[in-house]
Design a protein around this ligand. Structure first.
Ligand code: KIV
Ligand code: ZN
Length: 520
């Protein structure tokens, strides 16, 4: 950890990542994510923005109690109320970090904060000093850093360090900078801030121009030793720098970037899956963790690969935890083999109930489908892991579709233990299904997204359906996989709805600001 070439990985999937539209995660999902992040080797986990909502406060508190290696962190504005909320949420952890920030660009100071540069300097002094009295691990960020006047940035960084900040983070809040400019900013700070050696420099890059990873790596090459990033690159607007891309770029091009991270790269694929299950699907061609990242389609490439993998492969799929899709499981496979398979796929901490439920689903699937692939098993296990929390469950579904007649769905649901049935027509079968759910459990949510994609190949492939809904500004995402797209559609909608019901139940442990302020 003290090695001068070690780069600390600071993950903000559960804070900045959650600010992506549709990426809100339940407490259970955040705990599952925190556990895999801890195992993955992430150094610091920003678990939320405790003052922002009861949900964030609760998540930061819960995560602070379970981390074994990573340091939990909470975000706060330059206000005592925010910093106190962070402290309350984090204090159960043996070590924790308070991350406080304020804007320093002329644009933000004038129009967002309505403060003079001198008033902002006062706020930096007050907030960092206050946080430092609660922990010796304080990080300070100059929001909109890359549009900040360089002399003013140097002055504020020097002040934050003199008040006790141990990490100085330079955010490219609006994804505006380019690598050469970012190199210059970091070099200037290193040359001009007299106490810069008392702190670790950090970068936090957004991806509005698709440069977040390139800018982060430019920062590292210029001397930064902490990178803030998210799994799958999720985050506000176009997202944050993707953790898996930064880590694998450093590992693959170690000849040009001779740095180390503590990340166990073989767990990247699993972490990506867990995050995408809780948020939204990863695009197929996404670097490192996309479904196609290691697929070779063109004949000429396949031929080269057969002769020598290195012709077209700069890193092995195994190095990020991608195992070759195998066909070993079929309808004659027993429970023991199934358990072994789950272990191989990285499901090492699932309960017996989940295994039981996933095995039942696997048997049904193996009867319907010729080949059961690893991805199929992962999809049905992921689903089993959340089902016991749901209060509305699908019992049966029949759909009448095709030309001529209006499409009709007949549905039976278990709603809080009561069995209810209805039959509805709709503008297409999916509309009819969603109408049945609305009749059986009256509710008023807005459907923001309905997306279908295949888990594996072939016409008998399982379809994964993602549904995103919104209620009073809160969004949830549900996903479900089935060989029958319409059954997957019903279950995905029910999953989103169940998550919304769980979200509604949350109560406020302290006085919170609204979720709207998360748009920082
Ligand atoms: O993008 C940003 O500026 C942020 C800060 C709060 C670090 O997320
Ligand atoms: Zn950000």
């Amino acid at each position: 950890m003290n090695d001068k070439n070690n780069v600390f990985i600071f993950d903000t999937t559960m804070r900045d990542g959650e600010q992506s539209p549709g990426a809100s995660m339940s407490l259970e999902e955040k705990i599952q994510i925190a556990r895999i992040f801890d195992e993955l080797g992430i150094d610091i986990i920003e678990a939320g923005f405790p003052i922002a909502s009861p949900g964030d406060f609760e998540a930061v508190t819960a995560i602070s109690k379970i981390l074994k290696n990573a340091i939990p962190c909470g975000l706060s504005r330059a206000s005592k109320k925010d910093i106190d909320a962070c402290h309350q949420a984090l204090k159960a952890a043996p070590r924790f970090r308070i991350h406080t920030f304020i804007s320093t660009s002329p644009l933000h100071m004038k129009h967002k904060l309505n403060k003079t540069p001198e008033q902002v300097l006062d706020a930096i002094k007050e907030s960092v000093t206050y946080a430092r009295n609660l922990t010796d691990d304080v990080e300070w960020s100059c929001e909109d850093g890359t549009r900040t006047d360089m002399d003013y940035m140097c002055k504020s960084v020097e002040l934050a360090i003199s008040c006790g900040a141990k990490t100085i983070n330079i955010p490219d809040t609006v994804g505006y900078t380019i690598p050469s400019e970012f190199t210059k900013i970091i070099t200037t700070l290193k040359n001009k801030v007299p106490n810069i050696d008392k702190a670790i420099l950090s970068v936090h890059c957004h991806n509005d121009l698709g440069l977040a990873v390139a800018n982060s790596l430019a920062g590292v090459s210029a001397g930064v030793r902490q990178v803030e990033c998210t799994i799958n690159g999720i985050g506000e607007r176009a997202g944050n720098a993707a953790l898996e891309e930064i880590v694998m770029a450093i590992r693959t091009r170690n000849d040009l970037m001779p740095y180390t991270t503590g990340i166990k790269t073989e767990l990247l694929s699993k972490a990506s899956k867990i995050v995408s299950n809780a948020t939204f699907p990863v695009q197929f061609n996404k670097a490192i963790v996309g479904k196609n990242a290691f697929a070779h389609e063109a004949g000429i490439h396949q031929d080269g690969m057969l002769k020598n993998r290195e012709t077209y492969e700069i890193m092995t799929p195994e190095s990020v935890g991608v195992k070759k899709t195998s066909l070993v499981m079929g309808k004659h496979s027993g429970r023991h083999a199934f358990k072994e398979k789950l272990n191989d796929l990285g499901y090492t901490d699932v309960t017996d109930d989940v295994i039981q439920s996933a095995f039942g689903k696997f048997k049904i699937l193996a009867d319907k489908k010729k080949h059961v692939y690893d991805d199929d098993i992962a999809a049905l296990t992921d689903e089993s892991m959340v089902l016991d929390k749901y209060v509305i469950n699908l019992k049966s579904l029949k759909v009448f579709a095709g030309t001529g007649e209006p499409q009709k769905a007949e549905m039976t649901l278990d709603v809080y233990g009561e069995i209810k049935s209805t039959s509805e027509t709709g503008d297409g079968p999916v509309d009819a299904i969603f109408k049945c759910i609305k009749v059986l459990y009256p509710h008023d949510v807005k459907l923001l997204l309905y997306q279908v994609h295949a888990v594996t190949e072939g016409t008998d492939a399982q379809a994964t359906v993602s549904v995103r809904i919104e209620e009073n500004g809160k969004t949830t995402v549900g996903q479900s996989a089935d060989t029958d797209t319409l059954v997957a559609s019903a279950n995905a909608y029910l999953s989103a709805l169940n998550k919304m019901i769980i979200k509604r139940k949350k109560t406020a442990p302290i006085e919170h600001e609204t979720d709207k302020m998360k748009g920082i």
